[in-house]
Design a protein around this ligand. Structure first.
Ligand SMILES: *Cc1c(COP(=O)(O)O)cnc(C)c1O
Length: 450
Protein backbone atom coordinates (compact mmCIF):
# COMPACT_ATOMS: atom_id res chain seq x y z
CA UNK A 1 0.00 0.00 0.00
CA UNK A 2 1.27 3.46 -0.80
CA UNK A 3 1.30 5.98 2.01
CA UNK A 4 0.04 8.82 -0.15
CA UNK A 5 -3.23 8.21 -1.97
CA UNK A 6 -3.28 9.23 -5.61
CA UNK A 7 -5.19 12.46 -6.23
CA UNK A 8 -8.94 12.10 -6.55
CA UNK A 9 -11.16 14.39 -8.59
CA UNK A 10 -13.49 14.70 -5.58
CA UNK A 11 -12.82 17.34 -2.95
CA UNK A 12 -9.97 16.02 -0.79
CA UNK A 13 -11.20 17.64 2.42
CA UNK A 14 -14.69 16.14 2.12
CA UNK A 15 -13.32 12.67 1.41
CA UNK A 16 -10.94 13.11 4.34
CA UNK A 17 -13.83 13.93 6.66
CA UNK A 18 -15.61 10.74 5.55
CA UNK A 19 -12.47 8.69 6.18
CA UNK A 20 -12.21 10.18 9.66
CA UNK A 21 -15.82 9.20 10.43
CA UNK A 22 -15.21 5.63 9.25
CA UNK A 23 -11.91 5.42 11.16
CA UNK A 24 -13.66 6.55 14.34
CA UNK A 25 -16.52 4.07 13.92
CA UNK A 26 -16.25 0.99 16.13
CA UNK A 27 -17.54 -1.45 13.53
CA UNK A 28 -19.39 -1.63 10.18
CA UNK A 29 -22.72 -1.11 11.91
CA UNK A 30 -21.46 2.18 13.25
CA UNK A 31 -20.23 3.01 9.75
CA UNK A 32 -23.73 2.37 8.46
CA UNK A 33 -25.07 4.66 11.17
CA UNK A 34 -22.86 7.44 9.82
CA UNK A 35 -24.56 7.02 6.44
CA UNK A 36 -28.02 7.18 8.00
CA UNK A 37 -27.10 10.24 10.04
CA UNK A 38 -25.86 12.12 6.97
CA UNK A 39 -29.09 11.28 5.13
CA UNK A 40 -31.06 12.51 8.13
CA UNK A 41 -29.08 15.76 8.31
CA UNK A 42 -29.98 16.41 4.68
CA UNK A 43 -33.63 15.54 5.24
CA UNK A 44 -33.88 17.92 8.16
CA UNK A 45 -32.12 20.79 6.42
CA UNK A 46 -33.08 20.50 2.72
CA UNK A 47 -36.32 18.64 3.36
CA UNK A 48 -37.79 20.87 6.06
CA UNK A 49 -35.82 24.05 6.54
CA UNK A 50 -34.75 25.31 3.13
CA UNK A 51 -36.46 27.27 0.41
CA UNK A 52 -35.34 25.00 -2.43
CA UNK A 53 -35.08 26.93 -5.67
CA UNK A 54 -32.89 24.54 -7.64
CA UNK A 55 -34.27 24.42 -11.17
CA UNK A 56 -33.51 20.70 -11.76
CA UNK A 57 -35.30 19.58 -8.59
CA UNK A 58 -38.90 18.85 -7.72
CA UNK A 59 -40.77 17.38 -4.80
CA UNK A 60 -42.40 14.04 -5.46
CA UNK A 61 -45.77 13.14 -4.00
CA UNK A 62 -45.94 10.83 -0.96
CA UNK A 63 -47.12 7.99 -3.22
CA UNK A 64 -44.22 8.41 -5.64
CA UNK A 65 -41.80 8.56 -2.72
CA UNK A 66 -43.23 5.40 -1.18
CA UNK A 67 -43.01 3.55 -4.47
CA UNK A 68 -39.29 4.27 -4.60
CA UNK A 69 -38.80 1.86 -1.71
CA UNK A 70 -41.41 -0.70 -2.81
CA UNK A 71 -40.73 -4.44 -2.88
CA UNK A 72 -40.75 -4.43 -6.67
CA UNK A 73 -37.49 -2.47 -6.65
CA UNK A 74 -35.58 -5.61 -5.69
CA UNK A 75 -36.77 -7.53 -8.74
CA UNK A 76 -34.76 -7.94 -11.91
CA UNK A 77 -36.49 -7.52 -15.24
CA UNK A 78 -34.25 -6.83 -18.16
CA UNK A 79 -35.47 -6.51 -21.68
CA UNK A 80 -38.73 -5.56 -23.31
CA UNK A 81 -42.20 -6.02 -21.83
CA UNK A 82 -43.84 -9.43 -22.29
CA UNK A 83 -43.27 -13.07 -21.35
CA UNK A 84 -41.17 -13.98 -24.40
CA UNK A 85 -39.12 -10.78 -24.50
CA UNK A 86 -37.74 -11.14 -20.98
CA UNK A 87 -34.86 -13.37 -20.02
CA UNK A 88 -36.22 -13.93 -16.51
CA UNK A 89 -39.42 -15.69 -15.46
CA UNK A 90 -41.66 -14.34 -12.71
CA UNK A 91 -42.15 -10.96 -14.32
CA UNK A 92 -45.92 -11.02 -15.01
CA UNK A 93 -46.73 -8.24 -12.52
CA UNK A 94 -43.63 -6.30 -13.46
CA UNK A 95 -44.92 -6.42 -17.04
CA UNK A 96 -48.21 -4.99 -15.81
CA UNK A 97 -46.47 -2.12 -14.02
CA UNK A 98 -44.18 -1.34 -16.93
CA UNK A 99 -47.01 -1.53 -19.46
CA UNK A 100 -49.06 0.86 -17.32
CA UNK A 101 -46.09 3.22 -17.26
CA UNK A 102 -45.62 3.14 -21.04
CA UNK A 103 -49.33 3.63 -21.70
CA UNK A 104 -49.61 6.49 -19.18
CA UNK A 105 -46.63 8.26 -20.77
CA UNK A 106 -48.18 7.84 -24.24
CA UNK A 107 -51.43 9.37 -23.00
CA UNK A 108 -49.69 12.22 -21.29
CA UNK A 109 -47.57 13.18 -24.31
CA UNK A 110 -50.11 12.10 -26.95
CA UNK A 111 -47.35 10.04 -28.55
CA UNK A 112 -47.33 6.68 -30.31
CA UNK A 113 -44.31 5.39 -28.38
CA UNK A 114 -42.72 5.95 -24.98
CA UNK A 115 -39.55 4.66 -23.30
CA UNK A 116 -39.59 4.15 -19.54
CA UNK A 117 -36.28 2.37 -18.73
CA UNK A 118 -33.91 5.34 -18.86
CA UNK A 119 -32.22 5.61 -15.49
CA UNK A 120 -31.31 9.20 -16.41
CA UNK A 121 -32.25 11.60 -19.16
CA UNK A 122 -28.53 11.57 -19.99
CA UNK A 123 -28.97 7.87 -20.92
CA UNK A 124 -31.94 8.87 -23.08
CA UNK A 125 -29.73 11.31 -24.96
CA UNK A 126 -27.07 8.62 -25.36
CA UNK A 127 -29.76 6.31 -26.78
CA UNK A 128 -30.82 8.97 -29.28
CA UNK A 129 -27.27 9.54 -30.50
CA UNK A 130 -26.55 5.81 -30.62
CA UNK A 131 -29.76 5.04 -32.53
CA UNK A 132 -30.00 7.96 -34.91
CA UNK A 133 -26.40 8.93 -35.73
CA UNK A 134 -23.16 7.29 -36.81
CA UNK A 135 -19.67 8.29 -35.61
CA UNK A 136 -18.40 11.15 -37.75
CA UNK A 137 -21.87 12.53 -38.49
CA UNK A 138 -22.44 16.24 -38.07
CA UNK A 139 -25.02 17.40 -35.56
CA UNK A 140 -25.96 20.91 -34.42
CA UNK A 141 -26.48 21.59 -30.72
CA UNK A 142 -26.78 24.59 -28.40
CA UNK A 143 -23.47 25.67 -26.79
CA UNK A 144 -23.21 25.84 -22.99
CA UNK A 145 -22.88 29.60 -22.34
CA UNK A 146 -26.24 30.26 -23.97
CA UNK A 147 -27.87 27.41 -22.09
CA UNK A 148 -26.74 24.20 -23.79
CA UNK A 149 -26.02 21.03 -21.82
CA UNK A 150 -23.01 18.72 -21.79
CA UNK A 151 -25.14 15.78 -22.97
CA UNK A 152 -25.29 17.31 -26.43
CA UNK A 153 -21.68 18.52 -26.52
CA UNK A 154 -18.18 17.08 -26.81
CA UNK A 155 -17.95 16.33 -23.08
CA UNK A 156 -21.16 14.25 -23.08
CA UNK A 157 -22.99 11.52 -25.05
CA UNK A 158 -22.73 13.39 -28.37
CA UNK A 159 -18.97 13.55 -27.91
CA UNK A 160 -18.74 9.89 -26.87
CA UNK A 161 -20.59 8.99 -30.07
CA UNK A 162 -17.77 10.67 -32.00
CA UNK A 163 -19.96 13.29 -33.60
CA UNK A 164 -18.86 16.47 -35.27
CA UNK A 165 -20.66 19.23 -33.37
CA UNK A 166 -21.64 22.56 -34.91
CA UNK A 167 -23.16 25.27 -32.70
CA UNK A 168 -26.80 26.28 -33.03
CA UNK A 169 -26.47 30.09 -33.32
CA UNK A 170 -28.16 31.85 -30.45
CA UNK A 171 -29.21 35.46 -30.04
CA UNK A 172 -27.80 36.26 -26.61
CA UNK A 173 -30.05 39.28 -26.12
CA UNK A 174 -33.32 37.71 -27.24
CA UNK A 175 -32.31 34.40 -25.59
CA UNK A 176 -33.64 32.59 -28.64
CA UNK A 177 -32.19 30.72 -31.59
CA UNK A 178 -30.97 33.16 -34.25
CA UNK A 179 -33.00 31.63 -37.06
CA UNK A 180 -31.40 33.49 -39.97
CA UNK A 181 -27.94 32.50 -38.83
CA UNK A 182 -29.20 28.96 -38.18
CA UNK A 183 -30.61 28.60 -41.70
CA UNK A 184 -27.30 29.70 -43.21
CA UNK A 185 -25.06 27.54 -41.00
CA UNK A 186 -27.37 24.50 -41.23
CA UNK A 187 -27.52 24.63 -45.03
CA UNK A 188 -23.72 24.63 -45.06
CA UNK A 189 -23.25 21.87 -42.46
CA UNK A 190 -26.33 19.77 -43.38
CA UNK A 191 -26.49 18.15 -39.92
CA UNK A 192 -27.95 14.67 -39.62
CA UNK A 193 -29.64 15.82 -36.42
CA UNK A 194 -30.32 19.08 -34.59
CA UNK A 195 -30.55 18.83 -30.80
CA UNK A 196 -32.60 21.50 -29.11
CA UNK A 197 -31.54 21.00 -25.53
CA UNK A 198 -30.95 23.67 -22.94
CA UNK A 199 -30.51 23.60 -19.21
CA UNK A 200 -30.90 27.36 -19.09
CA UNK A 201 -34.29 27.63 -20.72
CA UNK A 202 -36.49 30.68 -20.59
CA UNK A 203 -38.40 30.83 -23.89
CA UNK A 204 -39.79 28.37 -26.46
CA UNK A 205 -37.52 27.14 -29.24
CA UNK A 206 -38.41 27.44 -32.97
CA UNK A 207 -38.98 23.72 -33.54
CA UNK A 208 -41.24 24.11 -36.57
CA UNK A 209 -38.95 26.55 -38.35
CA UNK A 210 -35.90 24.38 -37.70
CA UNK A 211 -37.71 21.23 -38.86
CA UNK A 212 -38.69 23.00 -42.08
CA UNK A 213 -35.06 23.88 -42.77
CA UNK A 214 -33.49 20.50 -41.96
CA UNK A 215 -36.24 18.66 -43.87
CA UNK A 216 -34.42 19.81 -47.02
CA UNK A 217 -31.97 16.93 -46.35
CA UNK A 218 -34.18 14.74 -44.10
CA UNK A 219 -32.53 16.02 -40.93
CA UNK A 220 -33.83 14.90 -37.56
CA UNK A 221 -35.00 17.30 -34.85
CA UNK A 222 -34.33 16.01 -31.35
CA UNK A 223 -35.93 18.04 -28.55
CA UNK A 224 -34.00 17.47 -25.31
CA UNK A 225 -36.69 18.72 -22.96
CA UNK A 226 -34.95 17.66 -19.75
CA UNK A 227 -36.11 20.71 -17.86
CA UNK A 228 -39.37 21.44 -19.64
CA UNK A 229 -40.77 17.89 -19.67
CA UNK A 230 -43.41 18.60 -17.01
CA UNK A 231 -44.35 21.90 -18.61
CA UNK A 232 -44.81 20.09 -21.95
CA UNK A 233 -46.88 17.35 -20.29
CA UNK A 234 -49.05 19.98 -18.61
CA UNK A 235 -49.56 21.84 -21.89
CA UNK A 236 -47.88 24.98 -20.52
CA UNK A 237 -44.95 25.23 -22.91
CA UNK A 238 -44.53 24.51 -26.59
CA UNK A 239 -45.64 21.10 -27.92
CA UNK A 240 -42.50 19.84 -29.69
CA UNK A 241 -43.97 16.62 -31.15
CA UNK A 242 -46.80 18.55 -32.80
CA UNK A 243 -44.34 21.22 -34.01
CA UNK A 244 -42.16 18.75 -35.90
CA UNK A 245 -39.72 17.28 -33.38
CA UNK A 246 -38.97 13.65 -34.19
CA UNK A 247 -38.23 12.68 -30.62
CA UNK A 248 -38.33 14.21 -27.13
CA UNK A 249 -36.22 13.13 -24.19
CA UNK A 250 -36.60 14.61 -20.75
CA UNK A 251 -35.85 14.23 -17.07
CA UNK A 252 -38.55 12.72 -14.90
CA UNK A 253 -37.21 14.52 -11.83
CA UNK A 254 -37.16 18.13 -13.05
CA UNK A 255 -40.47 19.93 -13.75
CA UNK A 256 -42.04 16.52 -14.38
CA UNK A 257 -41.86 16.02 -10.60
CA UNK A 258 -41.35 12.27 -10.62
CA UNK A 259 -38.40 10.03 -9.71
CA UNK A 260 -35.03 11.26 -11.01
CA UNK A 261 -34.60 9.39 -14.31
CA UNK A 262 -35.44 9.80 -17.98
CA UNK A 263 -38.28 9.55 -20.46
CA UNK A 264 -38.38 9.49 -24.27
CA UNK A 265 -41.43 9.83 -26.52
CA UNK A 266 -41.81 9.77 -30.31
CA UNK A 267 -44.33 9.05 -33.05
CA UNK A 268 -42.47 7.60 -36.05
CA UNK A 269 -42.56 3.76 -36.06
CA UNK A 270 -39.27 3.71 -37.97
CA UNK A 271 -37.44 5.14 -34.97
CA UNK A 272 -38.74 2.49 -32.61
CA UNK A 273 -36.47 -0.43 -33.44
CA UNK A 274 -33.18 1.52 -33.40
CA UNK A 275 -34.14 3.39 -30.22
CA UNK A 276 -35.26 0.33 -28.31
CA UNK A 277 -32.20 -1.59 -29.48
CA UNK A 278 -30.05 1.22 -28.11
CA UNK A 279 -31.86 1.12 -24.75
CA UNK A 280 -31.72 -2.67 -24.42
CA UNK A 281 -29.27 -4.36 -24.53
CA UNK A 282 -26.93 -1.41 -25.01
CA UNK A 283 -27.64 1.10 -22.23
CA UNK A 284 -30.00 -0.47 -19.69
CA UNK A 285 -30.38 -3.98 -18.34
CA UNK A 286 -32.06 -4.06 -14.94
CA UNK A 287 -33.67 -0.67 -14.80
CA UNK A 288 -35.11 -0.15 -11.29
CA UNK A 289 -38.72 -1.29 -11.52
CA UNK A 290 -39.56 0.67 -8.35
CA UNK A 291 -38.53 3.76 -10.28
CA UNK A 292 -40.70 2.71 -13.23
CA UNK A 293 -43.68 2.34 -10.87
CA UNK A 294 -42.96 5.75 -9.39
CA UNK A 295 -42.70 7.22 -12.89
CA UNK A 296 -46.09 5.76 -13.79
CA UNK A 297 -47.63 7.22 -10.63
CA UNK A 298 -46.11 10.64 -11.36
CA UNK A 299 -47.48 10.49 -14.93
CA UNK A 300 -50.98 9.87 -13.55
CA UNK A 301 -50.58 12.92 -11.30
CA UNK A 302 -49.64 15.09 -14.27
CA UNK A 303 -52.64 13.82 -16.25
CA UNK A 304 -54.84 15.15 -13.46
CA UNK A 305 -52.94 18.14 -12.09
CA UNK A 306 -50.37 18.97 -14.78
CA UNK A 307 -52.13 21.94 -16.38
CA UNK A 308 -52.82 23.81 -13.12
CA UNK A 309 -49.53 22.84 -11.44
CA UNK A 310 -47.37 23.79 -14.41
CA UNK A 311 -49.26 27.03 -15.07
CA UNK A 312 -48.63 28.07 -11.46
CA UNK A 313 -44.94 27.18 -11.73
CA UNK A 314 -44.59 29.58 -14.67
CA UNK A 315 -46.71 32.26 -12.98
CA UNK A 316 -44.52 32.05 -9.89
CA UNK A 317 -41.33 32.24 -11.97
CA UNK A 318 -42.60 35.38 -13.68
CA UNK A 319 -43.63 36.92 -10.36
CA UNK A 320 -40.31 36.08 -8.71
CA UNK A 321 -38.33 37.41 -11.68
CA UNK A 322 -40.21 40.69 -11.65
CA UNK A 323 -39.92 41.04 -7.91
CA UNK A 324 -36.14 40.44 -8.03
CA UNK A 325 -35.65 42.82 -10.93
CA UNK A 326 -37.53 45.64 -9.21
CA UNK A 327 -35.45 45.07 -6.06
CA UNK A 328 -32.18 45.61 -7.90
CA UNK A 329 -31.18 42.08 -8.91
CA UNK A 330 -30.88 42.17 -12.73
CA UNK A 331 -32.84 39.32 -14.35
CA UNK A 332 -32.39 38.12 -17.94
CA UNK A 333 -35.22 38.55 -20.41
CA UNK A 334 -36.78 41.53 -18.62
CA UNK A 335 -37.78 43.07 -21.97
CA UNK A 336 -39.86 39.99 -22.87
CA UNK A 337 -41.53 39.05 -19.65
CA UNK A 338 -38.50 37.33 -18.06
CA UNK A 339 -39.49 33.71 -18.57
CA UNK A 340 -41.98 31.22 -20.00
CA UNK A 341 -40.68 28.35 -17.89
CA UNK A 342 -39.90 27.51 -14.26
CA UNK A 343 -36.56 29.30 -14.48
CA UNK A 344 -35.38 32.76 -13.50
CA UNK A 345 -31.82 33.74 -14.46
CA UNK A 346 -30.18 36.48 -12.44
CA UNK A 347 -27.08 38.37 -13.55
CA UNK A 348 -25.20 38.52 -10.26
CA UNK A 349 -21.73 39.61 -11.34
CA UNK A 350 -22.04 42.87 -9.39
CA UNK A 351 -22.77 40.85 -6.25
CA UNK A 352 -19.71 38.59 -6.53
CA UNK A 353 -20.72 36.14 -9.28
CA UNK A 354 -22.80 32.98 -9.32
CA UNK A 355 -20.58 30.68 -7.25
CA UNK A 356 -20.12 33.12 -4.39
CA UNK A 357 -23.75 34.25 -4.43
CA UNK A 358 -25.17 30.71 -4.48
CA UNK A 359 -23.08 29.78 -1.44
CA UNK A 360 -24.01 33.00 0.37
CA UNK A 361 -27.71 32.32 -0.24
CA UNK A 362 -27.31 28.71 0.94
CA UNK A 363 -26.18 30.13 4.30
CA UNK A 364 -29.61 31.78 4.38
CA UNK A 365 -31.26 28.40 3.60
CA UNK A 366 -32.07 29.56 0.07
CA UNK A 367 -30.84 26.97 -2.45
CA UNK A 368 -29.98 28.02 -6.03
CA UNK A 369 -27.11 27.34 -8.45
CA UNK A 370 -24.41 29.22 -10.30
CA UNK A 371 -25.00 29.47 -14.03
CA UNK A 372 -23.14 30.56 -17.13
CA UNK A 373 -24.49 33.66 -18.84
CA UNK A 374 -24.32 34.17 -22.62
CA UNK A 375 -21.27 36.46 -22.49
CA UNK A 376 -19.26 34.29 -20.08
CA UNK A 377 -16.10 32.74 -21.56
CA UNK A 378 -14.57 29.28 -20.96
CA UNK A 379 -12.37 30.82 -18.23
CA UNK A 380 -15.56 31.69 -16.32
CA UNK A 381 -16.72 28.05 -16.17
CA UNK A 382 -16.18 27.55 -12.41
CA UNK A 383 -17.08 31.10 -11.47
CA UNK A 384 -19.81 32.19 -13.90
CA UNK A 385 -21.81 35.41 -13.77
CA UNK A 386 -25.29 34.00 -13.42
CA UNK A 387 -27.61 32.54 -10.83
CA UNK A 388 -30.34 30.07 -11.83
CA UNK A 389 -33.51 29.89 -9.79
CA UNK A 390 -36.44 27.49 -10.28
CA UNK A 391 -39.97 27.60 -8.89
CA UNK A 392 -41.01 23.95 -9.19
CA UNK A 393 -40.68 22.90 -5.55
CA UNK A 394 -42.04 26.07 -3.94
CA UNK A 395 -45.05 25.85 -6.26
CA UNK A 396 -45.70 22.22 -5.35
CA UNK A 397 -45.68 23.27 -1.71
CA UNK A 398 -48.49 25.68 -2.49
CA UNK A 399 -46.62 28.98 -2.55
CA UNK A 400 -47.95 31.79 -4.73
CA UNK A 401 -47.27 35.39 -5.67
CA UNK A 402 -47.10 36.69 -2.09
CA UNK A 403 -44.46 34.16 -1.19
CA UNK A 404 -42.51 35.03 -4.36
CA UNK A 405 -42.36 38.61 -3.07
CA UNK A 406 -41.12 37.33 0.28
CA UNK A 407 -38.44 35.20 -1.41
CA UNK A 408 -37.35 38.17 -3.55
CA UNK A 409 -37.12 40.28 -0.38
CA UNK A 410 -34.81 37.71 1.18
CA UNK A 411 -32.59 37.28 -1.90
CA UNK A 412 -32.34 41.03 -2.48
CA UNK A 413 -31.75 41.45 1.25
CA UNK A 414 -28.61 39.32 1.04
CA UNK A 415 -27.40 40.56 -2.36
CA UNK A 416 -28.44 44.20 -2.62
CA UNK A 417 -28.76 45.32 1.02
CA UNK A 418 -25.87 43.20 2.24
CA UNK A 419 -27.89 41.64 5.06
CA UNK A 420 -26.26 38.88 7.08
CA UNK A 421 -27.40 35.53 5.61
CA UNK A 422 -27.69 34.15 9.15
CA UNK A 423 -30.42 36.71 9.89
CA UNK A 424 -32.23 36.07 6.63
CA UNK A 425 -32.10 32.35 7.40
CA UNK A 426 -34.63 32.81 10.20
CA UNK A 427 -37.07 34.32 7.70
CA UNK A 428 -36.49 31.54 5.18
CA UNK A 429 -37.10 28.97 7.89
CA UNK A 430 -40.30 30.69 8.94
CA UNK A 431 -41.58 30.82 5.36
CA UNK A 432 -40.73 27.16 4.75
CA UNK A 433 -42.33 26.05 8.01
CA UNK A 434 -45.69 27.34 6.82
CA UNK A 435 -45.58 25.16 3.69
CA UNK A 436 -45.03 21.50 4.43
CA UNK A 437 -47.63 19.70 2.32
CA UNK A 438 -47.08 18.45 -1.23
CA UNK A 439 -49.90 19.68 -3.48
CA UNK A 440 -51.11 18.59 -6.91
CA UNK A 441 -51.47 14.94 -5.95
CA UNK A 442 -54.40 12.67 -5.14
CA UNK A 443 -55.85 12.89 -1.64
CA UNK A 444 -55.35 9.13 -1.28
CA UNK A 445 -51.66 10.04 -1.22
CA UNK A 446 -51.92 10.86 2.45
CA UNK A 447 -52.54 7.22 3.35
CA UNK A 448 -49.46 5.72 4.92
CA UNK A 449 -49.31 2.35 3.12
CA UNK A 450 -49.41 1.48 -0.54
C1 LIG B 1 -30.50 18.06 -16.81
C2 LIG B 1 -30.28 17.90 -18.25
C3 LIG B 1 -29.97 16.66 -18.81
C4 LIG B 1 -29.65 15.45 -17.96
O1 LIG B 1 -30.73 15.00 -17.25
P1 LIG B 1 -30.58 13.86 -16.13
O2 LIG B 1 -31.97 13.37 -15.95
O3 LIG B 1 -30.02 14.57 -14.95
O4 LIG B 1 -29.67 12.81 -16.64
C5 LIG B 1 -29.92 16.54 -20.18
N1 LIG B 1 -30.14 17.60 -20.97
C6 LIG B 1 -30.42 18.82 -20.48
C7 LIG B 1 -30.69 19.94 -21.44
C8 LIG B 1 -30.49 19.01 -19.10
O5 LIG B 1 -30.75 20.22 -18.61
Amino acid sequence: MTAIAPPDIHDAETLGAARALLDAAADPEAMQQEVLKAVQRNETWRGNECVNLLAPEALVSPTVRRLLSAEIGQRAAEGHIGPVNRWFAGTKHIDEVEALCVELLKRLFKSNYAEHRLVASMIGNMAVYAALTQPGDTVMTIPQPVGGHSSNRYDGPAGIRGLNIVDVPFDAHELEVDLDAFAKRAREARPKLVALGASMTLFPLPVREIKDIVSEWDGIVFFDGAHQLGLIAGGQFQDPLREGADIITGSAGKTFSGPQSGVAVWNDPQLTRPLLDAVFPALAATHQVNRVAALAAAAAELLAFGPAYMANIVKNAQALAHALHTRGVPVLGAHKGYTRTHQVIGDVREFGGGLEVAHRLAKANIITNKNLLPDDTPQDWDRPSGLRIGTTEVTRLGMGELEMQAIADMIAGVLVEGRDPEHVKAEALELRTGFQTVKYCFSSNTRSSL
